[in-house]
Design a protein around this ligand. Structure first.
Ligand code: SF4
Length: 502
């Protein structure tokens, strides 16, 4: 029996931006008696059914965004006689769906790494169960990934996770419900050891793929003090200390290393934290700005963010500390108006963002927004191709609506066109060239331009393009530009590198 692990994707680009970490973590959890698993990332090349033999085990990890493609892989694998197992956020929320639509024999809910060895052994014995519950693994038990199985020269960034969970409760996000609101941090020793292994094989760029790298804000500490809640204060202080300890360890790594992570905007008021990030070679972070209007932020339970000049100033704090920001914005909120798009583009420019992404509001399962939206149809949602739009991930892609909830003042097409226009404006060549001043040499500036264009092709044109011709064009373009970009990111291997002393 061979084990195959498949990361489904609609598009294959030949190279990938970030390694799909779960593939390499489950490879580490695969019992040695079945040998090394076959790892397939469809973001690189499509899954080839001919590689699957009768009696093999095929594990497929999905989120809502690639569930449709995952179910296709599952059905084909089952037809070829494999035992098919699904896991990931989406099956955790809808454990019956992979059985009904994806040919699944079994579904793993929750964190997969602790349960996977049992699944493999059961498959080997022919006693696979319908359901396995992985629960929430504590941080000390997070596994290091099997990076020795990584194909060479295929990815720009490796990914390492230092914690799971987020204490916030944004209405469009499922992380706090699926991964929990209690941050589960991994030990600094295990994080640093894994990073050293990656640097040895030539990765300089590493995404710290945490839900929220800044789990304790200054406000959280002040509130615990005000309430004289010493137990909570001790807990928060310890968690904050662990972050600083990790960053002290990262600072000891080679100077050519570059990390990138995700944090909330509140980190900008914590200058001690920003300075520690900079010393730790963390070059930047994705910051969820989401909306530039107070009404928009209130609607998504994110009113801890700022607006107007205060927002621009706060975002600029990151740059003041030498940290780049990838600002993330959502369009299509009920409070958005035609002028919101121009105001967002202007803010992105004024706040000195290095990169930005503009996504259209989509109600994703597991979120407060989704529950509210589903309830609003009172059990009789409209259908597309016979599929209720409250199961939008099951609608063939070419027929999927671009905006799910009717907007009070704009048509879905207007929201789409205006969103596309903001992408076009932010990534216009003149603007990108101007922003490229954030790096020094001409070579680095050219690299910056290439990478900006790649980012835009991969995430804007493939994500919100309406016709398959435009999507294929964007894919071809991204494949073409992806290879030189990957070379720009590769570092000289450092096989002798040692783990710095604690
Ligand atoms: S959007 Fe970010 S800050 Fe909000 S709950 Fe999700 S992970 Fe946390």
């Amino acid at each position: 029996m061979r084990v195959h692990l498949v990361n489904p994707s609609l598009s294959s680009f030949g190279v990938g931006v970030i390694t799909p970490r779960w593939l390499y973590v489950l490879a580490a959890a695969t019992p040695p008696e079945v040998g090394d698993p076959v790892l397939v990332d469809e973001g690189i090349e499509p899954f080839d059914p001919a590689t699957v033999q009768r009696g093999d085990l095929v594990g497929i990890g999905i989120h809502t965004g690639n569930a449709y493609e995952g179910y296709q892989v599952g059905r084909v694998a089952r037809e070829r006689g494999a035992t098919v197992v699904f896991g990931g956020i989406h099956p955790t929320l809808y454990p019956e769906e992979p059985r009904a639509l994806g040919g699944a024999h079994a579904v793993v809910t929750g964190d997969g790494e602790a349960t996977w060895p049992q699944v493999v052994r059961d498959a080997l014995a022919g006693t696979v169960q319908e359901r396995y519950d992985g629960g929430r693994v504590n941080g000390a038990s997070f596994l290091a990934a099997r990076w020795d199985l990584l194909p060479r020269n295929k990815y720009m960034w490796a990914s390492v996770q230092t914690l799971r969970g987020c204490p916030k409760h944004c209405s469009f996000c499922s992380v706090w419900r699926t991964d929990g609101q209690q941050a589960r941090g991994r030990t600094a020793e295990s994080v640093v050891a894994e990073i050293v292994e990656l640097r040895r094989i030539g990765f300089r760029f590493i995404a710290l793929a945490d839900d929220n790298f800044y789990p304790v804000t200054l406000q959280d500490l002040a509130m615990a003090r005000r309430r004289a809640d010493t137990r909570r204060l001790d807990e928060l202080t310890a968690m904050r200390e662990e972050r600083f300890d990790l960053m002290r360890r990262l600072a000891q790594l080679p100077n050519d290393m570059v990390f990138f992570t995700q944090i909330t905007m509140e980190a900008a008021e914590d200058e001690e934290f920003l300075a520690a990030m900079k010393r730790a070679h963390i070059a930047g972070a994705l910051v969820g700005v989401e909306s530039v209007t107070p009404e928009g932020l209130k609607a998504i339970y994110k009113d801890f963010n700022l607006v107007g000049d205060a927002l621009a100033d706060r975002l600029a704090m990151f740059r003041k500390h030498g940290l780049h920001v990838l600002g993330s914005f959502i369009f299509g909120l009920p409070t958005d108006r035609a002028e919101t798009f121009a105001a967002t583009a202007e803010l992105a420019d004024r706040a000195d963002l290095t990169f930005a992404q503009f996504v259209m509001l989509t109600p994703f399962p597991g979120t407060v927004d989704f529950d509210r939206w589903e309830r609003s149809y009172g059990g009789t949602p409209p259908e597309v191709d016979g599929i209720p739009i409250t199961r939008h991930w099951l609608i063939p892609r070419e027929h999927r609506p671009r905006l799910y909830a009717p907007h009070p003042t704009m048509s879905a097409e207007e929201v789409r066109l205006r969103t596309q226009a903001v992408w076009d404006e932010f990534y216009a060549i003149g603007r990108v060239w101007k922003r490229s001043r954030c790096v020094r040499s001409l070579k680095a500036r050219l690299a910056f331009v290439l990478i900006s264009k790649l980012y835009r092709q991969m995430y804007a044109n493939t994500g919100i393009a309406t016709d398959s011709a435009r999507m294929q064009h964007a894919n071809r373009w991204a494949r073409w530009i992806g290879v030189p970009c990957q070379r720009l990111f590769a570092g000289k291997p450092m096989p002798e590198l040692q783990v710095p002393a604690a």
